[in-house]
Write a protein that binds this ligand. Structure first.
Ligand SMILES: [Mn+2]
Length: 450
């Protein structure tokens, strides 16, 4: 009986999608699905999470209701006959929205929870920021069992619905447009911040909310998370852009690396080609049936083969040499969060990719200043002083060619039934395409000439 009702709801969504009135059914069906996945326990989700003493929107609450409001609680009641409960201090919510819920006053909350605990044994909640529930004076211990809702929510949020894909595409297109503009604008003598202001202008004129903008030039390229500074761009620098926006709460995440003067030098191209080849290999394998480890192994192999050919590593089978220049993971889901629900499933070997997932593919190689001066911390247990000294002696003259540079290339990839779609393909990544685009002037260059 329950199942039949659920099916009707799903059908309802498909029908109403074409009329653009899907919002309430979409969120209602998510709430039902979650309740079902959690074995029909009561589910309680706060609209905020508390982390390091600050309050942030709880994306799970948004995912289940379609709204972001402070100081509210959602309680899912397993019975299909009852409406889900909402406790909210917000006066901004319109009646039509509130009709989807039974509204509970804050003062009635303890009583409501007590009643639920008589009918149901299990309560589920998101353990991310769970301490916020104590601020509501809710005692979960009156239930026989408290379980995590995070995994079930993660499983659901990993598979994107059509509306979510539309919003992700919009965020990605806005980001692509901003990157293409800034490629044309880039030239020696400008600052990192000047490039950031072009990206910001593009974001704001598209009603998109900045998530982060990295403009890392020269030696700054070797920092994995960077902002933008007053540093003046040099003729021979590379720049690593890593940029994301929210559009309608869904985020993009794109990285590109370009030469400040518009032409990759031979040594810059050496590294760029390796990362690009690894990235393409990673994208090729980002498809149904494969998993995180499959892609990781393939990317690592291409990167290390490339480093070996350049003589930057001397032994392809050495565990510590394989780790030296690879400084971050190759990818993560995107969605309501930039690093979306990845904790719950991404790295499990038995978790294969499915249609509807959206993942970044972002290998990189980095060559920080004085990196080989002593044994880098992350490999210190894997190599002896003597062995490392020998390695440094052989590699240092070659390393100098690449020192103070870094390359990262990141695309956002939607997994489809029979392959994938690179949603960020509007930003060039082939060397000749980047160089050609950089030859074009930017609207912003013209503005500053006068
Ligand atoms: Mn990323």
């Amino acid at each position: 009986m329950k199942k039949a009702f659920f099916l009707i709801l799903i059908l309802g969504i498909n029908v109403s999608l074409s009329f653009g009135q899907d919002i309430d059914l979409t969120h209602k069906s998510r709430r039902l699905e979650l309740s079902k996945a959690l074995d029909s326990s009561v589910v309680i989700i706060s609209s905020e999470v508390k982390q390091h003493d600050s309050y942030k929107d709880n994306k799970n609450f948004y995912y289940l209701t379609g709204i972001q409001v402070p100081n509210s609680l959602l309680i899912l009641t397993p019975s299909l006959d009852d409406k889900d409960l909402l406790i909210t201090g917000s006066k901004r919510l319109d009646d039509e929205f509130l009709n989807n819920f039974e509204i509970v006053k804050k003062t009635d909350l303890p009583n409501t929870i007590f009643k639920l605990s008589r009918d149901y044994n299990i309560i589920a909640t998101s353990f991310l920021g769970i301490e916020i529930l104590s601020e509501w004076n809710i005692n979960l211990d009156i239930f026989d069992e408290i379980v995590k809702a995070d995994f079930a929510l993660g499983e659901m949020r990993m598979i994107k619905e059509n509306q979510e894909i539309r919003d992700l595409k919009k965020a990605i297109n806005i980001t692509s447009d901003a990157l293409n503009e800034v490629f044309k604008y880039t030239k020696p003598g400008l600052t990192e911040k000047a490039l950031r202001s072009v990206i910001r202008y593009k974001f704001e004129s598209n009603d998109a909310k900045e998530v982060f903008i990295q403009v890392a030039s020269g030696p700054n390229c070797t920092s994995i998370h960077f902002g933008a500074t007053e540093r003046i761009l040099n003729e021979n620098d590379l720049i690593v852009f890593d940029v994301g926006v929210y559009y309608n709460n869904y985020t993009s995440d794109i990285s590109r690396t370009i030469p400040v003067n518009g032409k990759f030098s031979p040594s810059q191209a050496d590294i760029y080609k390796i990362v690009l080849e690894a990235q393409k290999k990673g994208i090729e394998l980002t498809r149904q049936g494969n998993n995180y480890i499959d892609v990781q192994n393939a990317i690592t192999e291409v990167l290390n083969d490339g480093l070996y050919n350049l003589k930057l590593i001397t032994d392809k089978n050495s565990e510590w040499q394989k780790k030296l220049y690879i400084m971050h993971g190759w990818g993560h889901f995107i969605g309501l969060d930039v690093h979306d629900v990845s904790k719950y499933a991404l790295k499990k070997k038995d978790k294969t990719y499915k249609e509807g997932m959206v993942i970044t593919v972002e290998p990189g190689l980095y060559f920080p200043e004085d990196y080989l001066y002593s044994i880098p911390h992350k490999i210190k247990d894997l190599v002896t002083e003597e062995e490392f000294k020998q390695y440094r002696k052989t590699v240092l003259p070659i390393y100098k060619k690449y020192e103070n540079s870094g390359v990262r290339i990141e695309d956002d990839v939607l997994i489809t039934f029979d392959g994938n779609i690179v949603l960020s393909k509007g930003v060039p990544k082939e060397i000749n395409h980047i160089e050609k685009m950089m030859e074009e002037g930017s609207f912003f260059n013209n503005e500053t000439k006068d």
